[in-house]
Design a protein. Structure first.
Length: 138
C-alpha cells in the first residue's frame, strides 16, 4: 500500500499556510462595536454586569448608546426614561477612550446625575504587565 519514504514538505507547507491564515484572520474580520482604547488600571472587580446600561465615549468626543451616536440631551431623556420604566436604580458603565479629556468625563457624570443615575463606573482594562509588590527585587 505504501512504499517509499514519507515526504514532509507538503504537510509542512499546508501547516504553515494554515498558521498564517489563522494569524491574519483576526485582522480580516471586523470587530463589532465602537473602537475604544480603554485606560489601563488594576481594579479588583468587574466593571459591568448583564443588566447595566453601557455608554461609550470615543477619542473624538462622540457619545454612543445602544451602538448609536447620541447627543447629550437625547441621552439624558433616554436614561430618564429607562430609569422610570425600571423602577429600581440602574447602574451605568462608561467605556471611555483613554484620550477623552477630564472635562468630558465630568460633563457626562453631571448628565447622569441629572438623569437620576446614581452609580456610574468607568470600565478599564487590566494592565499588560502584572504589578510587582513593593520592595520586590529580581
Amino acid at each position: 500500500m505504501f512504499a517509499g519514504r514519507l515526504d514532509v514538505a507538503p504537510f509542512a507547507s499546508v501547516f504553515f499556510l494554515l498558521l498564517i491564515f489563522l494569524l491574519l484572520m483576526t485582522h480580516l474580520a471586523p470587530v463589532p462595536g465602537v473602537p475604544v482604547e480603554l485606560p489601563d488600571a488594576d481594579l479588583p472587580d468587574a466593571a459591568a454586569g448583564p443588566d447595566w446600561l453601557v455608554v461609550v465615549m470615543d477619542g473624538a468626543g462622540r457619545t454612543y448608546f445602544n451602538q448609536q451616536i447620541i447627543t447629550d440631551d437625547r441621552l439624558r431623556e433616554e436614561l430618564t426614561t429607562r430609569l422610570q420604566s425600571a423602577g429600581t436604580p440602574l447602574p451605568l458603565v462608561l467605556q471611555a477612550d483613554a484620550g477623552v479629556p477630564l472635562e468630558d468625563l465630568v460633563r457626562f457624570y453631571a448628565l447622569c446625575r441629572s438623569a437620576g443615575i446614581g452609580k456610574v463606573k468607568l470600565q478599564t482594562r487590566p494592565p499588560l504587565h502584572a504589578s510587582r509588590p513593593r520592595g520586590w527585587l529580581p
